[in-house]
Design a protein around this ligand. Sequence first.
Ligand SMILES: Nc1nc2c(ncn2[C@@H]2O[C@H](COP(=O)(O)OP(=O)(O)OP(=O)(O)O)[C@@H](O)[C@H]2O)c(=O)[nH]1
Ligand SMILES: [Mg+2]
Ligand SMILES: [Zn+2]
Length: 355
Amino acid sequence: MSHDNLARLGWGPDFERFYSEHKTEDSHPARVISVSRGTWLLAGVQGERFGVPAGKFHYHDIEMPVVGDWVVARGTGDDSWLVIQDVLPRRNHLSRKAPGKTSARQVMAANIDIMFVVQDALALNCALAERYLVLAKGSDITPVLVLNKCDTEAHAAEALGAIAERIPGVTAVAASALTGLGIGDIRAHVAQGVTACLLGPSGAGKSSIINGMLGTQRQRIGEIREGDRKGRHTTTVRELFFLSGGGMVIDTPGMRELMPWDASGLDDSFRDIEELAAQCRFDDCAHETEPGCAVRQAVESGTLDPGRLENFHRLTRELAYLESQIDENARREKKRKEKELHRLIKDYNRNRRKP
Ligand SMILES: Nc1nc2c(ncn2[C@@H]2O[C@H](COP(=O)(O)OP(=O)(O)OP(=O)(O)O)[C@@H](O)[C@H]2O)c(=O)[nH]1
Ligand SMILES: [Mg+2]
Ligand SMILES: [Zn+2]
């Protein structure tokens, strides 16, 4: 088995250890490249092959493999489909609240090293960018903010200046898929074996940047609406691409809804606010109306952007709400299972009494 090939795909000692616990005689490790209409494209030492999850995924309601997952695949013959036996434990995953009125979790991609948060520099939305940064940090992913559509030097300088002021400390790259500005810098982050993903609103230019990195028009790109610069959700599936110098990038569809699943990234992203909060008079200060609040004082004296504090408040509230919803769902699920169990016991007793 060629380990060079696997390392190129991001294989490492942790996966190796898990794999040795799951492997069988005719199995091999493979990475999920794309998922589309019930078929999984897998890459492994034998090259790219299609696969389907084993029946147990359906019967036991196991979470299906997603782009970036490492799986234990079984199969012989060159053109037969592989069967996905297991998903190896994920190093991390990107998830969001499933769209709509549910509080279910939707995993978007797994085993990610770098997150490029792509924004249209002419329609900067720092609040949205911050949500992605929270998501990245909560998942132990290195975030890089990409300010796309900087077609002129002036735009690039302006966008970088705005970010330095409004999201201090973030790594930002000014880029243009049109002129090629910054594409090399973006690529330089994605070394051999590194997996990056591009996230950001529809129309920001994620697929255009991927095409720039690949040097081909591989991904279809879409028009944006003139009025509001919004995109049209051109990309519809998540897919992993290989860069010629090594490294992988995952394109994702622009997201209508994004919710950091894990709150642990929040403090990290708002370290400036956390540091100020240590000086508030009350330990449990909510930075709303309490006297002696160092955070609000910083806003008043102009050292903290009020928009940033507002965004912090909103994210905190949303996370609290989401957590309460998850608890509520778990409670309902437990009750349903208990009911089912009671019914089974009743059935069992009734049948036992029959002659
Ligand atoms: N002027 C300019 N236009 C760009 C640039 N990058 C992308 N565009 C345009 O922006 C539009 C949207 O680009 P896409 O690459 O499809 O955007 P996306 O983020 O992949 O959008 P979804 O797939 O819908 O999420 C297209 O019309 C691109 O030509 C850029 O650097 N400068
Ligand atoms: Mg796209
Ligand atoms: Zn306070």
